[in-house]
Design a protein around this ligand. Structure first.
Ligand code: ZN
Length: 372
């Protein structure tokens, strides 16, 4: 009799053993291939990675997405790729409503002017700026009228960002003021470069301070001249007016055309919710890179003390998961405590092995994400 015999148990054991081997091999192969495909995909994205580097608000309009891509030299095909790989509201709406074939380069409503073509009949608003935006024909896009405002308010920042590690970017907002001088002295003592998101100023004293910041090799960046949230964020137009006033005061004082911008209160805050997506897209369309921060000294609050500022920055950096810190501090006239804390902050972070650098337009920004 076969069942219960020695032969039966031999076969049973062999079946179980081989069964397990086959199942284990199958599972290993399945997850191995899946893992391979996942990492391969990530490698590709890291290598070419315009989508990783794009800083686009999740509800920018399709036109804004397109202009941002074109301003950076990407093509309609890149846009298709971008749309296919990114999920956000605009992309979903676009994908729901359009046939991708309608959007092939040759059918696109968006024309990119041929560099060799004669474009002399209509001077571009950026002619004096050597800007890539020169290559974009926007007449047939249904763009808001504010995109025609302030033709000098353009930058040429790169989107091929690098994200270095173990680097501290000290950023000082709301200056210049008399405290800027003390901060410059400290930075010079340590041979450290930093970034000044300035409120600008049209008076001679502010202009001379801005020139000193520029002369000493720090990055001049745009913040907000009025810094009154209800005025700045009343509309896209009032926002651009403040941006342009600040930008022009820096440019006229120093001859430097800033590439970097920081929104008053950060890119997304309680004062700008209604227009945050639109102004982020517009700032980006104009070629600027905007920076929020991932470490705040919280030195703008009236309760800030030497200890609180020091601990916020040093412990904040030591405990952060990111490999680099964009540190928010202030150099406005009443922020004397910040000046007093700065040397100790620098000493501690140098001891922790960090290097200090100024932001420039190649550095991948840290930005708050829009929440719906
Ligand atoms: Zn500020």
């Amino acid at each position: 009799m076969y069942f219960g015999s020695v032969k039966f148990f031999k076969h049973l054991i062999l079946t179980i053993v081989f069964g397990w081997i086959i199942i284990a091999t199958g599972l290993a192969a399945f997850f191995g291939i899946k893992y391979y495909l996942t990492t391969k995909n990530l490698d590709i994205e890291d290598g070419t990675s315009y989508e990783n580097a794009m800083v686009i608000p999740s509800n920018a309009t399709l036109e804004q997405l397109y202009l941002i891509l074109c301003a950076k030299g990407y093509t309609p095909d890149d846009l298709l790729n971008f749309l296919a790989k990114n999920e956000n509201d605009s992309v979903s709406r676009f994908m729901d409503n359009y046939n991708p074939e309608d959007f092939q380069a040759e059918n696109a409503d968006f024309d990119i002017i041929d560099d060799n073509a004669d474009t002399s009949e209509e001077p571009s608003p950026n002619d004096n700026n050597n800007n890539d935006n020169n290559n974009i024909e926007t007449d047939n896009l249904n763009l808001p009228s504010y995109t025609k405002l302030y033709p000098e308010l353009y930058a040429d920042a790169t989107f091929d960002f690098v994200a270095p590690e173990k680097i501290i970017y000290l950023t000082f907002d709301d200056g210049p003021s008399k405290n800027t001088l003390d901060i410059l002295d400290i930075l010079e003592k340590y041979d450290i470069k930093a970034t000044f998101f300035m409120s600008g100023g049209t008076d001679d004293y502010s202009a001379s301070l801005m020139r000193k910041v520029a002369k000493e090799g720090h990055t001049l960046a745009v913040h907000s001249m009025s810094h009154k949230y209800d005025e700045v964020y009343q509309s896209v137009e009032t926002f651009l007016e403040d941006f342009n006033n600040t930008y022009m005061s820096i440019y006229e004082a120093t001859g430097v055309r800033p590439q970097l911008y920081r929104f008053p209160g950060g890119s997304v805050n309680n004062h700008n919710k209604a227009i945050a997506a639109e102004i982020i897209a517009e700032v980006t369309r104009r070629g600027f890179v905007y920076h929020d921060w991932n470490i705040s000294g919280e030195d703008a609050t009236s309760s800030a003390t030497w200890t609180s500022i020091y601990e916020n920055v040093v412990y904040g950096v030591e405990n952060m998961s990111a490999k680099r810190a964009i540190v928010l501090l202030h150099d406005s006239a009443d922020k004397v405590t910040t000046v007093h804390t700065l040397e100790d902050i620098i000493d501690s972070l140098l001891a922790d092995g960090y290097a200090f650098e100024a932001l420039d337009s190649t550095i991948q920004p840290f930005t708050f994400h829009l929440t719906e």
